[in-house]
Design a protein around this ligand. Structure first.
Ligand code: HPA
Ligand code: ZN
Length: 319
């Protein structure tokens, strides 16, 4: 689907395709516990979020140098451009690299090699969102925010990802307050596997402007009413939900009901190398499995620009 669109929920580490993983492993002398790309793809049968995260963190071992991060981002941008993406707000997980001895500077400078020339090379404007791992401590998140001080001119906002259940948003109140004081925009994953109460908490305690996933809001009619009233965008990821068993099949996805309820929905790819498709593939799958009409798809594409952190003049150029 080449409809012009913005992608607002995309983990750059989740764009690591098996072929690039093996190429980077060879380049960096890292050994992977898979014989080849086929054997690796065999491991892409997830039973829940955690089973995916285990592989996601394991494969990051191949990302070591600035050039690795640049190559990763360029590969994503080329694929995204081919699917109509004009603007991308890209998550990265600094703590997952810091623990492996890869500095924040390596990650940000590396990504910037690709993002800094993305408009010229791929016709895609970009923004970076630094995520905190919610299964790490609040103190670790604060230290990460402090370590990002030299790079704040390149970072638009903060997010919250990784294992959700048992790690409620309130755990990160302090770091989100500090991020807000620095002028950073705020988003958080909530209501993917976690309960609707986590969505409410992300809004009320963390002050998020957008909710990543937010799928489980549908279990709480009063919350749906609030999200509609306040026009809080949700960044849905349908193929991700199927692969991580949040929904049984795409045909069971609540997206049509969510649109009918008046929710401000957007469609995104999350971790496209792992979940069977990039954002255009998500749009195409919605059309094929849920019969979403062209008008509905256009509405979703329009929402993606409205829900973005683009300024008005930037948004006009991107569309
Ligand atoms: N959910 C939570 N954390 C993540 C995801 C996800 O889908 N992808 C990468 N980190
Ligand atoms: Zn995600």
């Amino acid at each position: 689907m080449s409809l012009p669109k913005a992608e607002l929920h995309l983990h750059i580490e989740g764009t690591l395709e098996p072929e690039l993983a093996f190429e980077l492993a060879a380049r960096n002398g890292v050994s992977l516990p898979y014989a080849d790309t086929e054997a690796l793809r065999e491991a892409y049968r997830f039973k829940d979020l955690q089973s995916f995260l285990n592989l996601y963190y394991e494969l990051m071992a191949v990302l070591r140098t600035e050039q690795d991060f640049a190559d990763l981002a360029n590969a994503y941008l080329a694929r995204a451009a081919a699917q109509g993406v004009r603007h991308a707000e890209i998550f990265f997980d600094p703590q997952a690299h810091l623990v492996r001895g890869v500095s924040l500077g390596t990650v940000v400078e590396g990504l910037w090699r690709a993002l800094g020339s993305s408009e010229a090379n791929h016709g895609i404007s970009t923004k970076l969102i630094m995520c905190f791992l919610r299964d790490e401590s609040a103190d670790s998140a604060l230290q990460t925010l402090r370590a990002a001080t030299p790079y704040l001119d390149r970072i638009t906002g903060v997010g919250l990802d990784s294992a959700e259940v048992g790690h409620p948003p309130v755990k990160f109140r302090e770091v989100y307050e500090a991020a807000a004081a620095l002028g950073l925009r705020r988003v958080a994953h909530a209501g993917e596997e976690g309960p609707p109460a986590y969505i409410t908490e992300a809004l009320d305690v963390l002050g998020v402007e957008r909710v990543d996933h937010g799928l489980r809001c549908m279990e709480d009619p009063a919350l749906v009413e609030r999200l509609v009233r306040e026009r809080i965008p949700l960044t849905l990821c349908p193929l991700s939900n199927v692969r991580l068993r949040t929904v049984d099949t795409l045909a069971d996805h609540p997206l049509p009901a969510m649109l009918d309820a008046g929710l401000m929905c957007t469609v995104n790819s999350d971790d496209p190398a792992y979940f069977g498709g990039y954002v255009g593939d998500n749009f195409a799958a919605l059309h094929a499995s849920l019969g979403l009409t062209e008008d509905r798809l256009r509405e979703l594409a329009r929402n993606s620009f409205l829900a973005s952190f683009l300024e008005d003049d930037e948004e006009r150029r991107a569309r």
